[in-house]
Ligand binder design. Structure first.
Ligand SMILES: C[S@@+](CC[C@H](N)C(=O)[O-])C[C@H]1O[C@@H](n2cnc3c(N)ncnc32)[C@H](O)[C@@H]1O
Ligand code: SF4
Ligand code: SF4
Length: 371
């Protein structure tokens, strides 16, 4: 009943958001994705973020600090009054000095905002006390842990010895701390295709959410020309076959349909409209893929950045963009607008009952956040 009511509210919101989207009425900032540092102590094959601060030590010094972030949230409260979600990522966010101070500040000053943190989980001895401290301050924190495969493939993807054992230790430790919402994400490359189902089953055993997404090339991953993001026709077909097991899941099923060429990316993109990336240098960007900024929050207020002609012009242009299908960006578009979800459900979804069963049950409390 509660879920049905929320569905009705979501459709009403969709209607309003579509109207605003079509007639270029500005949106409020609802989602901020915060790659809080580019420092990273992994060596992943599909992401070159870990090289950024190693190549150029000065870059670390130009990263936005926690006090500067607190100042940003404090000064821009009126522009952030509809903020719903902050996704803290990296690099490796457990390496950010004093992150706990930001969590304390947000808990007190933005009590309704949901905070999610994404970690590689590869250093449990450091990460578990860190999450425990965060949990004390903010017990509703959602934790994402990357799990790219079983023993061999996870280690190969992450470039760290005993990566699998370490990540499992983190996941179990996070559960023991009491965190209720744990999601394991698997980035698909040619190295781990055969492990997608194994990891999905492991997540079921661990009682964690699971999602899989293709490795993409993008500004954020600093991985232009990285060959792990390209797939042969055979690999695409193989991945599509495996994703048949997730026909109830909007994101994974659309990834499958795109791999087969039977459905293009159709969802309208709300990145740069309702959702923004505030990167480790304070640049306010539309999304994680495009190498462009609306402005820097260290030197300008959010108000100044968002009302500027340049921003408004670019926001209008970006509405046509269909360049990527990056999961976190698609997720925020989906939260704003159910139109494509509805089209997919009626015209493409081969497991409608599975979709309804999974999501009505699961999201009775936490509605549709990871469709
Ligand atoms: C860049 S990481 C930062 C957080 C943390 N270091 C981690 O690995 O979970 C954020 C997410 O991006 C995923 N990722 C890494 N490289 C990617 C790529 N080339 N395309 C898509 N996702 C990628 C990671 O697996 C993780 O789920
Ligand atoms: S995916 Fe995460 S852990 Fe791997 S290099 Fe990128 S930021 Fe580091
Ligand atoms: S489609 Fe992808 S690249 Fe284009 S604006 Fe949206 S998130 Fe960015």
């Amino acid at each position: 009943m509660r879920a049905l009511l929320k569905i009705l509210v979501k459709f009403f919101q969709t209607f309003i958001n579509r109207f605003k989207y079509k007639f270029d009425i500005p949106f409020d900032v609802e989602y901020i994705n915060l790659p809080i540092t580019y420092s990273c102590n992994a060596r992943c094959v599909m992401c070159d973020i870990w090289k950024i601060n190693k190549k150029d030590k000065e870059k670390l010094n130009s990263e936005i600090t926690v006090p500067q972030l607190i100042e940003f949230f404090e000064k821009n409260k009126s522009r952030l009054k509809r903020l719903k979600n902050i996704g803290i990522t990296g690099g490796e966010p457990s390496l950010k000095e004093n992150l706990i101070e930001l969590i304390r500040y947000l808990r007190k000053n933005y009590p309704k905002v949901r905070i999610g943190i994404q970690t590689h989980g590869l250093t449990p001895k450091k990460i578990l006390p860190w999450i425990s401290e965060i949990y004390e301050v903010y017990p509703n924190v959602g934790i994402g842990v990357s799990l790219d495969g079983m023993r061999e493939s996870h280690e190969k993807m992450r470039g760290i010895s005993k990566a699998f054992e370490r990540t499992l230790e983190t996941i179990r430790g996070v559960q023991e701390i009491g965190v209720k919402e744990i999601t394991c994400g698997l980035t698909i490359t040619k190295w781990n295709i055969d492990d997608i189902l194994n990891v999905s089953n492991l997540c079921k055993d661990l009682n964690c959410e699971f999602s899989a997404f293709l490795a993409e090339e993008g500004d954020y991953f600093d991985n232009s020309g990285n060959t792990t993001t390209t797939f042969t026709k055979e690999q695409k077909n193989k991945i599509a076959k495996i994703l048949e097991n997730f026909k109830y899941h909007y994101y994974m099923d659309n990834t499958r349909l795109q791999l087969l060429g039977t459905r293009k990316r159709e969802i309208d993109c709300y990145s740069g409209q309702t959702s923004f990336v505030l990167d480790a240098y304070g640049e306010l960007k539309p999304c994680l893929i495009l190498d462009e900024s609306f402005g820097n929050v260290k030197s300008n207020s959010l108000e100044e950045i968002l009302v500027s002609d340049k921003t408004i012009r670019r926001q209008r242009e970006l509405k046509k963009c269909k360049k990527c299908f990056l999961q976190c960006e698609v997720g925020t578009s989906l939260m704003a607008d159910f139109t494509d979800l509805t089209k997919w459900f009626f015209f493409h979804c081969d497991d409608q009952l599975g979709f309804l069963k999974t999501y009505l049950k699961k999201y009775n409390k936490k509605f549709f956040e990871e469709v």
